[in-house]
Structures are given as structure tokens and as C-alpha cells.
Design a protein around this ligand. Structure first.
Ligand code: ATP
Length: 590
């Protein structure tokens, strides 16, 4: 069966009129002075109106204004471009430092940015240029130093939004350092916005330069910029020689409109491109919450020691309104080499929170107790440095959101190659792609060109880049039809068969049952593992009433809706059990 492919987004076409106008103007500014050669003053030709021999007329010295305006445009564009580049570099630097440093540095830089933004730019420009009259450097400094704040704000905002995205979390998870995340993810995401800002600054800077020169504070009148031409011509309107003002003014307006049109179109394109021990339950009368059908969670260990050993793990997550989410309570779980363990349960039962804790990615402020041992090391209270030594190499996470795990603006292959580099392993991108059942040319695709199934495979390839001993796959089958879901589970089975301990979080009990890929199944309810054991036992004859209710809800088992509603995990009573939800009614009684 072919996988449904997401249709690639069409890029917005650039509007042809502003682009063509701008190209004509640039050609005019570059070629005309070259074609006309050096002009000399000829007062016999002074102030001729526009006509066949002089399309734009002539000025007081008999210079052809068609040539003179082209020279002025060239100078103004060059100054504006330098100013825009300097302001953009400053803005990107300030925005990037603020976004990556955060805290006090961010607050200080943003206050400084607001402060500069609040200053009257023209006035500051006038002051700087008045101190160094006629200096080109002073003109460039006066424009650049007052125009970086907008770029800094845009870059910071873009980086903050990308920093909280799935693919940046995945990059940290796969071993990238802060610098690598900045260089590979944050800057590439922010630079298109900065480039739009740069283009938008050009006409602004042309106007600033022209205004300063018009006020007599810019370049000397001998040097033709649009501003100096306007300044020289301002008195001519009253003597009837309107063309000396109209020629440079027309060129200035045409340039401004075409660059503004282009930057609007670029802005649209950049946005659309960026366009994550068995016991007894007193109420149900059969098994307690936390039952373990073969006792290895709390009882006798099996032959191979577990690579991941979780004991009595309790996780409490803070909420914004000062309450606590009981995301995990007294969880025991073992993951062994070569075994595939499926963690199932309704939405919100705490599966992803548990998976995050196994990778040292619990939300800030989480209160935890118990033990999480990975490859013999106690990690529950380990610091970020210790986790960085394990993530990607000992424990890999294939995050929940498929294609969103990758930076959207870059091809998949180079991104997987960077994970390999960061983790320093010997595998190659084609090997990894082959391992997850993808063609080698998938490396050349952008994330949005991948189908749902391909995206999960590519994310799994990246998670395998460090050849981890443990692989956690968070809902790899979400949103896939049963046949594709089965293919993904079979892929993860093959990964487990190479000796990796695999934990799969899934809602697809039906597919789990039909494919028979899992060695073990753990059922989670309201933050507790209420039953776990050999997959066949748990799936065919669940002992816990919640397990029975989950299986009975499958279409193949009669589609009996689950009774009641899952409890709110916020401030959940410590002794809450499934029986509290059903009033003690078992699915067997229905
Ligand atoms: N960062 C967080 N801060 C506070 N509460 C959170 C946070 N992340 C998750 N939760 C809460 O923790 C509980 C468990 O969520 P979790 O995502 O682990 O469930 P899940 O079983 O994985 O659900 P799903 O199958 O829908 O992904 C939910 O009540 C959720 O609202």
C-alpha cells in the first residue's frame, strides 16, 4: 500500500512588477554612468527641459539629469545597502544573544533595544552627521546605529518560537550543544526574516540619506546622491525648472516602491516557508493498581538485568495555577535488551511524561521521587551534564511529532548527518535510512515532503544515529492507518531484535494484538501502571478491570465504550483507582 504523501506547499511567486522595476532601476544605476562616460559641465546646455536629446532635462551646470540621476541612485543605493547590512548584522547579533542567553541578559538587551527604538532617528542622525560633516562613515553610522532594533526584535521573536519547537528539543535530545542548536536551527530559522528586514531597510536608508543630504548635512553637493540632487534642485521649482527636482524625486519614489513591493513579497514567502507483585483490589476484587503479572517489576529479576529499571517513580508536575499534576505515581518498569515493551493507556494517563522522565526531560519544576536507573546509573536526580552523556547514545527518543522533529527549511539527510556528527558514531545516513526502510533519496527531501509513515521512519533513523541501547518511541503510530501502524511496529520489532531495549507508547491496541510484536505490555491509568506482563497474557486475558475495559473497547472485541471519564490528574487523590470511575462495575458485568 502506498503511503499518503503530504502535498508539498507551493511557494508564493514573487510579484513580477516590483522585481522587474527594481532590476531596471539597478541596470539604470549601473550601466548608465558607464555608457555615458565622464560628464563635463556645459553651461550652454544649462536648464534644458526634458526632450529628445535629454530625456530628463539638464541641470544648472548643463549635466544630463538622466545620467546624473543614475549616478545619484547608484551612490544612494550603495550607501543604503551598506547601512542595511550593518544594521542587520547588529540586529541579528543582539536578537540572537538575547534569545539564547535569556534571563537578565535578555531583559537588558531588550530594554536597550526599546531605548534606541524610542529615539527620534532623524534627530540622532542629524546630531551624528553634524559632528562629522560630509563624512560618509558618519552618514552610514547615523543610519545603521538607529535602525537595528527592529531586526533584533524580529530575530529574537523568531528564535524564541523555534527554540520551543519539537525539532529543537529533539536536537538537544540527540546530543547537540547550545552553539550547535544556535548555528543549525535558530539562526537558519531567523535569517530569512532578517533578510526581509534588510531589504525593507534599503528604501528606508535611501530616504534617510536623501533627507540628510537634502538638509545639507550629507554628502557634498559635488557628489551626486539622490539627496544631494534634490537639495541642489529645491529652489528650481519656483523658477519653473521643475525637472531638476522631478528627475531624482521620480527615481527615488520608483526605487522605494519597487524595493518595498519586493520586501512585502519576500516577507510572505518567508512566512509561508516556515510556513510538536500481584495483589488484590478491594473494590474490583481481582488485582491491585500496579499489578505485575510475572513479578519482575517488584519481585524476582529475570535472567538479563534491565537496561532501564524504574522503581516507585512518582512525578508531580506544577501547573500555572499552583496545583500539581499527578502524572506518575509509584511506577515500576523494566526495559531489557532485545525486548519490545508497549506502554498503553488513555490520553492523559501520563505515558509521555514517563517517557520524558526516562530521557531526563521532565518539565521544569517537576517534583520526583523513586528511582530511574539506566545502564546501572541512578539518573533521577542527575544533572543536565550527566544526561547529555546518556541521551542519544544510551537512550534515544523518537519524539511524538514525526516531521515536526526536523527543521522545516532544511533537507532531512543533512539533519540526520548532524545528529551522527554530534554523537560521534560511525553509521552513515544511507545505512540509517535503509535500517528504517527508507529509500536513500529520502535524504534529499524536505520534512514536509515526507508522508506520515516516512516521517516516523526518518525520526526513528535520527534516534538510532547514536546506536542507543534503549529506544523510546512516543506514539509512532499516531495518525497512521492500521496497515502503516503495523509496518512501524514491525520496524520497531526489528530494532529490538538487534538487541535494543524498545519502549513503544501507543494507543493502537488492536494493531499491537494483531501484529504480536510486543514482548511485554504495561497498562497505565491515571499515572499508575495498573498491570504489566507478557504481551500475550495482558492482551488476551487482562487481569485488571481497566485492561479488560480497554480491550473490550476495541472494534474486534465488541466496541464497548469505556465507562465514565478519565480523572483529572490535578490534585488526584492518592488512593484513586479505576473502580472510582466505574462505581465498581466491571466490563464483565455489562
Ligand atoms: N509540561 C507540563 N506541565 C504540566 N502538566 C503537564 C505537562 N505535560 C503534561 N502535563 C499533564 O500531565 C498529564 C499526563 O500527560 P501525558 O502527555 O504524559 O499523557 P499521555 O498519556 O502521554 O497522553 P497522550 O496519549 O495524549 O499523549 C496530563 O494531565 C497533562 O495535562
Amino acid at each position: 500500500m502506498s503511503e499518503p504523501t503530504t502535498r508539498p506547499r507551493r511557494r508564493r511567486a514573487l510579484r513580477p512588477l516590483p522585481v522587474a522595476t527594481l532590476l531596471v532601476l539597478i541596470g539604470y544605476a549601473v550601466l548608465t554612468p558607464w555608457w555615458a562616460g565622464t560628464q563635463t559641465a556645459d553651461f550652454s546646455q544649462a536648464l534644458l527641459p526634458p526632450g529628445p536629446g535629454q530625456w530628463f532635462g539638464t541641470d544648472h551646470s548643463g549635466y544630463d539629469l538622466f545620467v546624473r540621476s543614475a549616478e545619484g541612485l547608484r551612490v544612494s543605493l550603495l550607501i543604503a545597502l551598506v547601512c542595511a547590512v550593518v544594521a542587520t548584522v547588529l540586529g541579528v547579533a543582539v536578537g540572537a544573544v538575547a534569545a539564547t542567553a535569556g534571563g537578565r541578559i535578555d531583559r537588558f538587551l531588550m530594554r536597550a533595544t526599546d531605548g534606541v527604538n524610542a529615539l527620534p532617528h532623524l534627530l540622532i542622525g542629524v546630531v551624528i552627521v553634524a559632528l562629522y560633516p560630509g563624512s560618509l562613515t558618519a552618514i552610514i553610522a547615523s543610519i545603521s546605529l538607529t535602525h537595528w532594533p527592529q531586526i533584533a526584535r524580529v530575530v529574537r521573536a523568531e528564535m524564541l518560537s523555534v527554540r520551543s519547537s519539537e525539532y529543537v528539543e529533539a536536537a538537544y535530545l540527540w546530543g547537540a550543544s547550545r552553539g550547535q542548536v544556535l548555528y543549525r536551527h535558530l539562526l537558519p530559522a531567523a535569517l530569512p526574516q532578517a533578510a526581509v528586514g534588510l531589504v525593507m531597510l534599503v528604501p528606508h536608508a535611501v530616504w534617510h540619506e536623501s533627507t540628510l543630504s537634502f538638509l545639507g548635512l550629507g554628502l557634498s553637493p559635488d557628489e551626486a546622491s539622490l539627496g544631494t540632487l534634490l537639495e541642489v534642485a529645491r529652489g528650481d521649482v519656483f523658477t519653473g525648472a521643475w525637472w531638476t527636482l522631478a528627475a531624482p524625486a521620480g527615481v527615488l519614489v520608483a526605487t522605494t516602491l519597487s524595493v518595498a513591493g519586493l520586501s512585502n513579497a519576500l516577507g510572505g514567502r518567508s512566512r509561508s516557508a516556515l510556513g510538536r507483585g500481584r495483589g488484590r483490589d478491594p473494590l474490583a476484587g481481582i488485582v491491585t493498581e500496579g499489578s505485575d503479572r510475572d513479578g519482575e517489576g517488584t519481585g524476582t529479576p529475570r535472567a538479563t538485568p534491565p537496561l532501564v529499571r524504574v522503581r516507585s517513580l512518582t512525578l508531580r508536575l506544577p501547573t500555572e495555577d499552583d496545583r500539581w499534576v499527578h502524572a506518575a505515581t509509584g511506577v515500576d518498569l523494566d526495559l531489557r535488551a532485545g525486548e519490545l515493551t508497549a506502554l498503553v493507556g488513555e490520553s492523559g494517563s501520563g505515558k509521555s511524561t514517563l517517557a520524558s522522565a526516562l530521557c531526563g526531560l521532565s518539565p521544569a519544576g517537576t517534583r520526583s521521587s523513586g528511582s530511574v536507573s539506566i545502564d546501572g546509573r541512578e539518573m533521577l536526580d542527575a544533572d543536565e551534564r550527566a544526561w547529555r552523556g546518556l541521551r542519544g547514545r544510551t537512550i534515544g527518543l523518537a519524539a511524538q511529532s514525526g516531521a515536526e522533529t526536523f527543521t522545516p527549511v532544511r533537507r532531512v539527510g543533512p539533519q540526520i548527518a548532524e545528529v551522527i556528527d554530534a554523537l560521534g558514531t560511525e553509521v552513515s545516513v544511507p545505512e540509517l535510512l535503509e535500517r528504517v526502510g527508507l529509500e536513500a533519496d529520502t535524504a534529499d527531501k524536505f520534512p514536509h515532503e515526507l508522508s506520515g509513515g516516512m516521517a516516523v521512519r526518518a525520526v526513528t533513523a535520527a534516534a538510532l544515529a547514536g546506536e542507543p541501547a534503549v529506544l523510546v518511541a512516543d506514539e509512532p503510530t499516531a495518525g497512521l492507518d492500521p496497515e502503516l501502524a503495523a509496518q512501524i511496529l514491525l520496524l520497531l520489532r526489528r530494532v529490538a531484535d538487534t538487541g535494543t531495549a524498545v519502549l513503544v507508547i501507543t494507543h493502537d491496541l488492536q494493531v499491537l494484538e494483531t501484529t504480536d510484536v510486543a514482548d511485554r505490555v504495561a497498562i497505565m491509568y491515571a499515572g499508575r501502571i495498573v498491570e504489566q506482563g507478557p504481551a500475550r497474557d495482558v492482551l488476551t486475558a487482562p487481569e485488571h478491570p481497566y485492561g479488560r475495559a480497554l480491550m473490550a473497547a476495541l472494534p474486534a472485541h465488541g466496541l464497548h465504550p469505556l465507562p465514565g471519564l478519565p480523572p483529572e490528574l490535578t490534585d488526584l487523590p492518592d488512593d484513586h483507582s479505576f473502580a472510582d470511575r466505574t462505581g465498581g462495575t466491571d466490563v464483565a458485568d455489562r
